[in-house]
Design a binder for this molecule. Sequence first.
Ligand SMILES: NC(=O)c1ccc[n+]([C@@H]2O[C@H](COP(=O)([O-])OP(=O)(O)OC[C@H]3O[C@@H](n4cnc5c(N)ncnc54)[C@H](O)[C@@H]3O)[C@@H](O)[C@H]2O)c1
Ligand SMILES: N[C@@H](CCO)C(=O)O
Ligand code: NA
Length: 435
Amino acid sequence: MKPVKVGICGLGTVGGGTFNVLTRNKRDISARAGVEIDIIQVGTRRGNSACDLAQTAVATDIFEVVRNPEVDIVVELIGGTTVAKELVLEAIANGKQVVTANKALIAEHGNEIFARAAEQGVSVAFEAAVAGGIPIIKALREGLAGNRIEWLAGIINGTGNFILTEMRDKGRAFDDVLQEAQELGYAEADPTFDVEGIDAAHKLVILASLAFGMPLQFDKVFTEGISKIAPEDVAYAQELGYRIKHLGIAKQTAAGIELRVHPTMIPEKRLIANVDGVMNAVLVKGDAVGSTLYYGAGAGAEPTASAVVADIVDLARSLTVAFEHRVPALGFHPQGQNKSPNILPQSDVETAYYLRLLAEDRPGVLAQISTILADANISVEALIQKEPQQDAPQVPLILLTSRAIERQLMNAIEKIEALSVIHGEVTHIRVESLG
Ligand SMILES: NC(=O)c1ccc[n+]([C@@H]2O[C@H](COP(=O)([O-])OP(=O)(O)OC[C@H]3O[C@@H](n4cnc5c(N)ncnc54)[C@H](O)[C@@H]3O)[C@@H](O)[C@H]2O)c1
Ligand SMILES: N[C@@H](CCO)C(=O)O
Ligand code: NA
Protein backbone atom coordinates (compact mmCIF):
# COMPACT_ATOMS: atom_id res chain seq x y z
CA MET A 1 0.00 0.00 0.00
CA LYS A 2 1.38 3.44 -0.78
CA PRO A 3 2.27 5.65 2.19
CA VAL A 4 -0.38 7.93 3.73
CA LYS A 5 0.77 11.52 3.35
CA VAL A 6 0.16 14.06 6.08
CA GLY A 7 0.30 17.87 5.89
CA ILE A 8 0.43 19.83 9.15
CA CYS A 9 -0.92 23.42 9.25
CA GLY A 10 0.40 25.41 12.23
CA LEU A 11 3.59 24.58 14.13
CA GLY A 12 2.95 26.08 17.58
CA THR A 13 2.55 24.09 20.81
CA VAL A 14 0.35 21.28 19.43
CA GLY A 15 1.71 21.41 15.86
CA GLY A 16 5.28 21.08 17.16
CA GLY A 17 4.27 18.24 19.50
CA THR A 18 2.50 16.43 16.67
CA PHE A 19 5.48 16.80 14.33
CA ASN A 20 7.82 15.39 16.99
CA VAL A 21 5.61 12.48 18.12
CA LEU A 22 4.91 11.40 14.52
CA THR A 23 8.61 11.61 13.67
CA ARG A 24 9.89 9.92 16.85
CA ASN A 25 7.35 7.05 16.94
CA LYS A 26 6.97 6.69 13.18
CA ARG A 27 7.84 2.99 13.13
CA ASP A 28 5.25 1.90 15.71
CA ILE A 29 2.64 4.32 14.40
CA SER A 30 2.99 3.00 10.85
CA ALA A 31 2.95 -0.60 12.13
CA ARG A 32 -0.32 0.13 13.96
CA ALA A 33 -1.87 1.84 10.95
CA GLY A 34 -0.77 -0.98 8.64
CA VAL A 35 0.64 1.58 6.24
CA GLU A 36 3.57 3.99 6.35
CA ILE A 37 2.63 7.46 7.57
CA ASP A 38 4.78 10.33 6.27
CA ILE A 39 4.67 14.05 7.03
CA ILE A 40 5.21 15.47 3.56
CA GLN A 41 4.59 19.17 4.23
CA VAL A 42 4.30 21.63 7.10
CA GLY A 43 2.51 24.95 6.67
CA THR A 44 3.98 27.53 9.02
CA ARG A 45 5.07 31.13 8.93
CA ARG A 46 7.95 30.42 11.30
CA GLY A 47 9.97 27.48 12.64
CA ASN A 48 9.61 25.89 16.05
CA SER A 49 12.84 25.52 18.04
CA ALA A 50 11.61 22.13 19.32
CA CYS A 51 11.34 20.71 15.76
CA ASP A 52 14.00 19.66 13.26
CA LEU A 53 12.52 20.61 9.88
CA ALA A 54 15.68 19.84 7.88
CA GLN A 55 14.05 16.91 6.02
CA THR A 56 10.58 18.47 5.66
CA ALA A 57 9.05 20.67 2.96
CA VAL A 58 7.79 23.90 4.53
CA ALA A 59 5.15 26.21 3.00
CA THR A 60 4.73 29.68 4.46
CA ASP A 61 1.13 29.73 3.17
CA ILE A 62 -0.96 27.08 4.97
CA PHE A 63 -3.40 26.96 2.04
CA GLU A 64 -0.61 25.40 -0.06
CA VAL A 65 -0.97 22.33 2.16
CA VAL A 66 -4.70 21.88 1.52
CA ARG A 67 -4.12 22.44 -2.20
CA ASN A 68 -1.23 19.97 -2.40
CA PRO A 69 -2.58 17.03 -4.46
CA GLU A 70 -0.16 14.67 -2.68
CA VAL A 71 -1.59 15.33 0.83
CA ASP A 72 -4.14 12.74 2.07
CA ILE A 73 -4.67 14.04 5.63
CA VAL A 74 -4.66 17.74 6.57
CA VAL A 75 -3.97 18.46 10.26
CA GLU A 76 -5.36 21.88 11.32
CA LEU A 77 -3.50 23.24 14.36
CA ILE A 78 -3.68 27.01 13.87
CA GLY A 79 -6.68 27.63 16.18
CA GLY A 80 -9.44 30.25 15.88
CA THR A 81 -12.65 30.03 13.89
CA THR A 82 -12.08 32.25 10.85
CA VAL A 83 -9.03 31.16 8.82
CA ALA A 84 -9.25 27.68 10.41
CA LYS A 85 -12.84 27.29 9.13
CA GLU A 86 -11.85 28.39 5.62
CA LEU A 87 -8.88 26.04 5.70
CA VAL A 88 -10.89 23.01 6.87
CA LEU A 89 -13.73 23.63 4.39
CA GLU A 90 -11.25 23.97 1.53
CA ALA A 91 -9.47 20.78 2.62
CA ILE A 92 -12.83 18.95 2.63
CA ALA A 93 -13.75 20.39 -0.78
CA ASN A 94 -10.40 19.10 -2.06
CA GLY A 95 -11.24 15.59 -0.79
CA LYS A 96 -8.76 15.58 2.13
CA GLN A 97 -9.35 13.81 5.44
CA VAL A 98 -9.02 16.30 8.30
CA VAL A 99 -7.70 16.14 11.87
CA THR A 100 -8.13 19.12 14.19
CA ALA A 101 -7.56 19.96 17.86
CA ASN A 102 -9.81 23.00 17.52
CA LYS A 103 -12.78 22.75 19.91
CA ALA A 104 -13.97 26.30 19.16
CA LEU A 105 -14.22 25.41 15.48
CA ILE A 106 -16.03 22.10 16.09
CA ALA A 107 -18.38 23.48 18.77
CA GLU A 108 -19.39 26.55 16.74
CA HIS A 109 -19.22 25.28 13.14
CA GLY A 110 -19.12 21.48 13.51
CA ASN A 111 -22.67 20.90 12.20
CA GLU A 112 -21.79 22.63 8.93
CA ILE A 113 -18.31 21.07 8.71
CA PHE A 114 -19.60 17.50 9.27
CA ALA A 115 -22.37 18.01 6.70
CA ARG A 116 -19.85 19.20 4.07
CA ALA A 117 -17.51 16.32 4.95
CA ALA A 118 -20.35 13.80 4.51
CA GLU A 119 -21.15 15.26 1.07
CA GLN A 120 -17.51 14.74 0.08
CA GLY A 121 -17.21 11.34 1.81
CA VAL A 122 -14.28 12.42 4.01
CA SER A 123 -13.79 12.23 7.77
CA VAL A 124 -13.07 15.03 10.25
CA ALA A 125 -11.47 13.76 13.47
CA PHE A 126 -11.13 15.81 16.66
CA GLU A 127 -9.99 13.66 19.62
CA ALA A 128 -7.52 16.34 20.74
CA ALA A 129 -10.30 18.93 20.95
CA VAL A 130 -11.66 17.59 24.25
CA ALA A 131 -9.61 16.79 27.36
CA GLY A 132 -6.30 16.77 25.43
CA GLY A 133 -4.67 13.34 25.51
CA ILE A 134 -7.58 11.50 27.18
CA PRO A 135 -9.30 9.35 24.52
CA ILE A 136 -12.75 10.53 25.65
CA ILE A 137 -14.19 11.00 22.15
CA LYS A 138 -13.32 7.41 21.29
CA ALA A 139 -14.68 6.18 24.64
CA LEU A 140 -18.06 7.88 24.14
CA ARG A 141 -18.36 7.16 20.44
CA GLU A 142 -17.23 3.53 20.50
CA GLY A 143 -16.50 2.09 23.95
CA LEU A 144 -19.82 3.17 25.49
CA ALA A 145 -21.97 2.71 22.38
CA GLY A 146 -24.23 0.19 24.15
CA ASN A 147 -25.38 2.64 26.81
CA ARG A 148 -27.98 5.31 27.31
CA ILE A 149 -25.74 8.02 28.76
CA GLU A 150 -27.48 9.57 31.78
CA TRP A 151 -24.98 12.29 32.56
CA LEU A 152 -21.35 13.31 32.33
CA ALA A 153 -19.31 15.76 34.36
CA GLY A 154 -15.77 16.81 33.62
CA ILE A 155 -12.82 18.95 34.56
CA ILE A 156 -12.18 19.86 30.94
CA ASN A 157 -10.00 22.95 31.09
CA GLY A 158 -6.42 22.30 32.15
CA THR A 159 -5.52 25.98 32.58
CA GLY A 160 -8.44 26.62 34.94
CA ASN A 161 -7.74 23.52 37.02
CA PHE A 162 -4.04 24.44 37.19
CA ILE A 163 -4.95 27.94 38.44
CA LEU A 164 -7.42 26.68 41.08
CA THR A 165 -4.96 24.06 42.34
CA GLU A 166 -1.99 26.44 42.63
CA MET A 167 -4.15 29.08 44.38
CA ARG A 168 -5.49 26.51 46.88
CA ASP A 169 -2.25 24.61 47.59
CA LYS A 170 0.32 27.40 47.41
CA GLY A 171 -1.75 30.53 47.96
CA ARG A 172 -0.45 31.93 44.65
CA ALA A 173 -2.09 34.92 42.97
CA PHE A 174 -4.48 34.30 40.05
CA ASP A 175 -2.59 36.40 37.47
CA ASP A 176 0.76 34.89 38.36
CA VAL A 177 -0.49 31.30 37.85
CA LEU A 178 -2.28 32.24 34.62
CA GLN A 179 0.97 33.64 33.25
CA GLU A 180 2.75 30.37 34.08
CA ALA A 181 -0.02 28.37 32.33
CA GLN A 182 0.51 30.55 29.25
CA GLU A 183 4.28 29.97 29.36
CA LEU A 184 3.70 26.21 29.62
CA GLY A 185 1.56 26.31 26.45
CA TYR A 186 -1.70 25.30 28.23
CA ALA A 187 -3.75 28.47 27.69
CA GLU A 188 -5.79 29.50 24.66
CA ALA A 189 -4.55 32.39 22.48
CA ASP A 190 -7.15 34.48 24.38
CA PRO A 191 -6.89 33.18 27.97
CA THR A 192 -10.31 34.59 28.92
CA PHE A 193 -11.62 31.54 27.03
CA ASP A 194 -10.01 29.40 29.76
CA VAL A 195 -10.82 31.60 32.75
CA GLU A 196 -14.42 32.45 31.84
CA GLY A 197 -15.43 28.90 30.91
CA ILE A 198 -15.83 29.41 27.15
CA ASP A 199 -13.24 26.74 26.31
CA ALA A 200 -14.95 24.30 28.71
CA ALA A 201 -18.32 25.16 27.11
CA HIS A 202 -16.88 24.38 23.65
CA LYS A 203 -15.75 20.99 24.92
CA LEU A 204 -18.97 20.28 26.80
CA VAL A 205 -21.20 20.69 23.73
CA ILE A 206 -19.01 18.24 21.84
CA LEU A 207 -19.27 15.67 24.66
CA ALA A 208 -23.03 16.23 25.02
CA SER A 209 -23.61 15.78 21.32
CA LEU A 210 -21.72 12.47 21.37
CA ALA A 211 -23.43 11.32 24.58
CA PHE A 212 -27.03 12.24 23.76
CA GLY A 213 -27.07 12.01 19.96
CA MET A 214 -27.92 15.59 19.09
CA PRO A 215 -26.46 18.33 16.87
CA LEU A 216 -23.90 20.69 18.47
CA GLN A 217 -25.67 23.42 20.50
CA PHE A 218 -22.98 25.86 21.66
CA ASP A 219 -25.33 28.82 22.16
CA LYS A 220 -27.40 26.81 24.69
CA VAL A 221 -24.66 26.26 27.29
CA PHE A 222 -24.89 28.13 30.60
CA THR A 223 -21.35 29.36 31.31
CA GLU A 224 -19.74 30.74 34.46
CA GLY A 225 -15.95 31.02 34.92
CA ILE A 226 -13.54 30.77 37.84
CA SER A 227 -12.57 34.42 38.18
CA LYS A 228 -15.04 35.12 41.00
CA ILE A 229 -14.15 32.19 43.29
CA ALA A 230 -13.13 33.70 46.65
CA PRO A 231 -10.38 32.12 48.82
CA GLU A 232 -12.76 31.95 51.81
CA ASP A 233 -15.19 29.78 49.80
CA VAL A 234 -12.37 27.37 48.97
CA ALA A 235 -11.60 27.15 52.74
CA TYR A 236 -15.27 26.77 53.85
CA ALA A 237 -15.82 24.10 51.19
CA GLN A 238 -12.93 22.15 52.69
CA GLU A 239 -14.40 22.57 56.20
CA LEU A 240 -17.63 21.01 54.93
CA GLY A 241 -15.78 18.07 53.29
CA TYR A 242 -16.01 19.40 49.73
CA ARG A 243 -13.73 20.73 46.96
CA ILE A 244 -14.55 23.44 44.43
CA LYS A 245 -13.89 22.33 40.85
CA HIS A 246 -14.76 24.02 37.56
CA LEU A 247 -17.00 21.44 35.90
CA GLY A 248 -18.78 21.00 32.60
CA ILE A 249 -21.99 19.05 33.25
CA ALA A 250 -24.39 17.51 30.72
CA LYS A 251 -27.39 15.60 32.01
CA GLN A 252 -30.57 14.06 30.60
CA THR A 253 -33.46 14.45 33.05
CA ALA A 254 -37.20 13.90 32.71
CA ALA A 255 -37.55 17.69 32.34
CA GLY A 256 -34.95 18.05 29.56
CA ILE A 257 -31.21 18.31 28.91
CA GLU A 258 -28.90 20.34 31.14
CA LEU A 259 -25.75 21.89 29.59
CA ARG A 260 -23.78 23.91 32.11
CA VAL A 261 -20.25 25.01 33.00
CA HIS A 262 -19.67 26.52 36.45
CA PRO A 263 -17.66 26.25 39.68
CA THR A 264 -19.12 23.26 41.54
CA MET A 265 -18.71 21.95 45.09
CA ILE A 266 -18.24 18.19 45.09
CA PRO A 267 -17.58 15.75 47.96
CA GLU A 268 -13.82 15.46 48.56
CA LYS A 269 -14.04 11.66 48.64
CA ARG A 270 -14.89 11.52 44.93
CA LEU A 271 -11.88 10.63 42.75
CA ILE A 272 -12.63 13.57 40.46
CA ALA A 273 -12.42 15.98 43.41
CA ASN A 274 -8.73 15.03 43.65
CA VAL A 275 -7.82 15.74 40.03
CA ASP A 276 -5.34 18.60 40.28
CA GLY A 277 -3.05 20.78 38.19
CA VAL A 278 -3.33 20.60 34.41
CA MET A 279 -4.90 17.14 34.64
CA ASN A 280 -8.43 16.65 33.29
CA ALA A 281 -11.00 14.00 34.15
CA VAL A 282 -14.41 13.11 32.75
CA LEU A 283 -16.94 11.07 34.71
CA VAL A 284 -19.54 9.37 32.51
CA LYS A 285 -22.63 7.59 33.85
CA GLY A 286 -24.16 5.03 31.49
CA ASP A 287 -27.27 2.99 32.29
CA ALA A 288 -25.49 -0.32 31.64
CA VAL A 289 -21.88 0.33 32.62
CA GLY A 290 -22.54 2.59 35.64
CA SER A 291 -19.94 5.27 36.43
CA THR A 292 -16.68 5.37 34.46
CA LEU A 293 -13.85 7.87 34.92
CA TYR A 294 -11.27 8.98 32.35
CA TYR A 295 -8.16 10.80 33.57
CA GLY A 296 -5.07 12.32 31.98
CA ALA A 297 -3.27 15.46 30.82
CA GLY A 298 -5.77 17.95 29.41
CA ALA A 299 -3.27 20.27 27.69
CA GLY A 300 0.35 20.58 26.63
CA ALA A 301 2.30 19.79 23.47
CA GLU A 302 2.80 16.02 23.53
CA PRO A 303 -0.29 14.93 25.51
CA THR A 304 -2.40 16.77 22.92
CA ALA A 305 -0.25 15.42 20.08
CA SER A 306 -0.96 11.91 21.39
CA ALA A 307 -4.65 12.44 20.52
CA VAL A 308 -3.90 14.12 17.15
CA VAL A 309 -1.67 11.22 16.11
CA ALA A 310 -4.25 8.62 17.25
CA ASP A 311 -6.75 10.32 14.90
CA ILE A 312 -4.21 10.18 12.06
CA VAL A 313 -3.79 6.43 12.66
CA ASP A 314 -7.58 5.95 12.72
CA LEU A 315 -7.99 7.83 9.44
CA ALA A 316 -5.08 6.01 7.80
CA ARG A 317 -6.72 2.68 8.74
CA SER A 318 -10.09 3.73 7.36
CA LEU A 319 -8.98 5.33 4.07
CA THR A 320 -10.04 2.24 2.14
CA VAL A 321 -13.37 1.96 4.02
CA ALA A 322 -16.44 3.52 2.32
CA PHE A 323 -17.57 6.67 4.20
CA GLU A 324 -20.95 5.19 5.20
CA HIS A 325 -19.18 2.31 6.97
CA ARG A 326 -16.91 4.55 9.08
CA VAL A 327 -17.66 5.53 12.69
CA PRO A 328 -19.87 8.67 12.43
CA ALA A 329 -18.21 11.92 13.54
CA LEU A 330 -20.65 12.53 16.41
CA GLY A 331 -21.24 8.88 17.30
CA PHE A 332 -24.84 8.76 16.01
CA HIS A 333 -25.62 8.67 12.30
CA PRO A 334 -27.16 12.08 11.46
CA GLN A 335 -30.53 10.49 10.57
CA GLY A 336 -30.64 8.94 14.08
CA GLN A 337 -29.94 12.21 15.94
CA ASN A 338 -32.54 14.04 18.03
CA LYS A 339 -32.71 17.22 15.94
CA SER A 340 -34.74 19.29 18.44
CA PRO A 341 -33.71 18.32 21.96
CA ASN A 342 -35.25 20.24 24.86
CA ILE A 343 -32.27 22.08 26.40
CA LEU A 344 -33.30 23.50 29.78
CA PRO A 345 -32.61 27.13 30.66
CA GLN A 346 -30.39 27.34 33.75
CA SER A 347 -33.32 28.75 35.78
CA ASP A 348 -35.06 25.35 35.44
CA VAL A 349 -32.04 23.31 36.57
CA GLU A 350 -32.15 21.59 39.97
CA THR A 351 -29.08 21.30 42.24
CA ALA A 352 -28.17 21.79 45.89
CA TYR A 353 -26.46 25.05 46.87
CA TYR A 354 -23.77 26.43 49.12
CA LEU A 355 -24.68 29.90 50.37
CA ARG A 356 -22.40 32.36 52.20
CA LEU A 357 -23.81 35.48 53.73
CA LEU A 358 -22.86 38.15 56.24
CA ALA A 359 -25.50 38.49 59.00
CA GLU A 360 -25.89 40.62 62.08
CA ASP A 361 -25.03 38.66 65.20
CA ARG A 362 -28.39 38.71 66.98
CA PRO A 363 -31.18 36.25 67.84
CA GLY A 364 -33.81 35.44 65.23
CA VAL A 365 -31.63 35.98 62.14
CA LEU A 366 -31.36 32.27 61.33
CA ALA A 367 -35.11 31.85 61.78
CA GLN A 368 -35.77 34.62 59.22
CA ILE A 369 -33.46 32.97 56.67
CA SER A 370 -34.92 29.49 57.26
CA THR A 371 -38.46 30.84 56.86
CA ILE A 372 -37.66 32.35 53.45
CA LEU A 373 -36.03 29.10 52.33
CA ALA A 374 -38.84 26.93 53.78
CA ASP A 375 -41.45 29.05 51.94
CA ALA A 376 -39.61 28.07 48.72
CA ASN A 377 -39.56 24.40 49.82
CA ILE A 378 -35.79 24.51 50.41
CA SER A 379 -34.32 23.06 53.60
CA VAL A 380 -30.95 23.67 55.26
CA GLU A 381 -28.82 20.52 55.30
CA ALA A 382 -25.71 21.94 57.02
CA LEU A 383 -24.74 25.20 58.67
CA ILE A 384 -21.52 26.84 59.82
CA GLN A 385 -21.73 29.99 61.92
CA LYS A 386 -18.44 31.82 62.43
CA GLU A 387 -17.39 34.00 65.36
CA PRO A 388 -17.87 37.74 64.78
CA GLN A 389 -14.82 39.27 63.11
CA GLN A 390 -12.98 41.98 65.05
CA ASP A 391 -14.71 45.39 64.93
CA ALA A 392 -17.44 43.91 62.70
CA PRO A 393 -20.87 43.31 64.20
CA GLN A 394 -21.65 40.77 61.43
CA VAL A 395 -20.87 37.07 61.26
CA PRO A 396 -20.33 34.91 58.18
CA LEU A 397 -23.04 32.24 57.85
CA ILE A 398 -22.47 29.27 55.57
CA LEU A 399 -25.40 27.06 54.55
CA LEU A 400 -25.79 23.94 52.45
CA THR A 401 -29.31 23.64 51.06
CA SER A 402 -31.42 20.75 49.82
CA ARG A 403 -31.84 20.43 46.03
CA ALA A 404 -33.86 23.28 44.58
CA ILE A 405 -34.90 24.67 41.20
CA GLU A 406 -32.50 27.55 40.43
CA ARG A 407 -35.32 30.07 39.82
CA GLN A 408 -36.78 29.40 43.30
CA LEU A 409 -33.37 29.57 44.95
CA MET A 410 -32.59 32.89 43.24
CA ASN A 411 -35.94 34.31 44.37
CA ALA A 412 -35.17 33.23 47.95
CA ILE A 413 -31.69 34.82 47.73
CA GLU A 414 -33.28 38.10 46.64
CA LYS A 415 -35.56 38.04 49.70
CA ILE A 416 -32.66 37.15 52.02
CA GLU A 417 -30.57 40.03 50.62
CA ALA A 418 -33.48 42.38 51.30
CA LEU A 419 -33.48 41.56 55.05
CA SER A 420 -32.12 44.46 57.12
CA VAL A 421 -29.99 42.01 59.14
CA ILE A 422 -28.12 40.81 56.03
CA HIS A 423 -25.19 42.80 54.64
CA GLY A 424 -24.11 42.71 50.99
CA GLU A 425 -24.75 39.96 48.47
CA VAL A 426 -25.31 36.26 49.13
CA THR A 427 -22.60 34.14 47.48
CA HIS A 428 -23.96 30.95 45.88
CA ILE A 429 -22.08 27.92 44.53
CA ARG A 430 -23.87 24.90 43.04
CA VAL A 431 -23.28 21.57 44.81
CA GLU A 432 -23.33 18.16 43.11
CA SER A 433 -22.89 14.73 44.74
CA LEU A 434 -21.86 13.05 41.44
CA GLY A 435 -22.95 9.74 42.94
N1 LIG B 1 -2.10 24.05 23.76
C1 LIG B 1 -2.81 23.02 24.17
O1 LIG B 1 -2.51 22.39 25.18
C2 LIG B 1 -4.01 22.57 23.36
C3 LIG B 1 -4.68 21.39 23.74
C4 LIG B 1 -5.78 20.96 22.99
C5 LIG B 1 -6.19 21.68 21.90
N2 LIG B 1 -5.52 22.84 21.57
C6 LIG B 1 -5.98 23.52 20.36
O2 LIG B 1 -4.98 23.35 19.36
C7 LIG B 1 -4.96 24.47 18.49
C8 LIG B 1 -3.56 25.07 18.45
O3 LIG B 1 -3.22 25.48 19.75
P1 LIG B 1 -1.71 25.78 20.19
O4 LIG B 1 -1.71 25.82 21.67
O5 LIG B 1 -0.78 24.89 19.48
O6 LIG B 1 -1.57 27.28 19.63
P2 LIG B 1 -0.22 28.05 19.25
O7 LIG B 1 -0.57 29.49 19.27
O8 LIG B 1 0.92 27.56 20.07
O9 LIG B 1 0.02 27.57 17.75
C9 LIG B 1 -0.73 28.01 16.65
C10 LIG B 1 0.27 28.27 15.53
O10 LIG B 1 -0.45 28.51 14.33
C11 LIG B 1 0.17 29.60 13.67
N3 LIG B 1 -0.83 30.25 12.80
C12 LIG B 1 -1.99 30.85 13.17
N4 LIG B 1 -2.61 31.34 12.07
C13 LIG B 1 -1.84 31.03 11.01
C14 LIG B 1 -1.94 31.26 9.62
N5 LIG B 1 -2.98 31.91 9.10
N6 LIG B 1 -0.94 30.81 8.83
C15 LIG B 1 0.12 30.15 9.34
N7 LIG B 1 0.27 29.90 10.66
C16 LIG B 1 -0.70 30.33 11.48
C17 LIG B 1 0.67 30.50 14.78
O11 LIG B 1 1.70 31.34 14.32
C18 LIG B 1 1.15 29.48 15.79
O12 LIG B 1 2.49 29.12 15.58
C19 LIG B 1 -6.04 25.42 19.01
O13 LIG B 1 -7.23 25.17 18.32
C20 LIG B 1 -6.18 25.01 20.47
O14 LIG B 1 -7.46 25.29 21.00
C21 LIG B 1 -4.46 23.29 22.26
N1 LIG C 1 -6.53 25.85 26.88
C1 LIG C 1 -6.97 24.48 26.96
C2 LIG C 1 -6.12 23.62 26.09
C3 LIG C 1 -6.62 22.19 26.01
O1 LIG C 1 -7.80 22.11 25.28
C4 LIG C 1 -6.91 24.02 28.40
O2 LIG C 1 -6.25 24.68 29.21
O3 LIG C 1 -7.54 23.02 28.74
NA1 NA D 1 -9.18 13.79 23.93
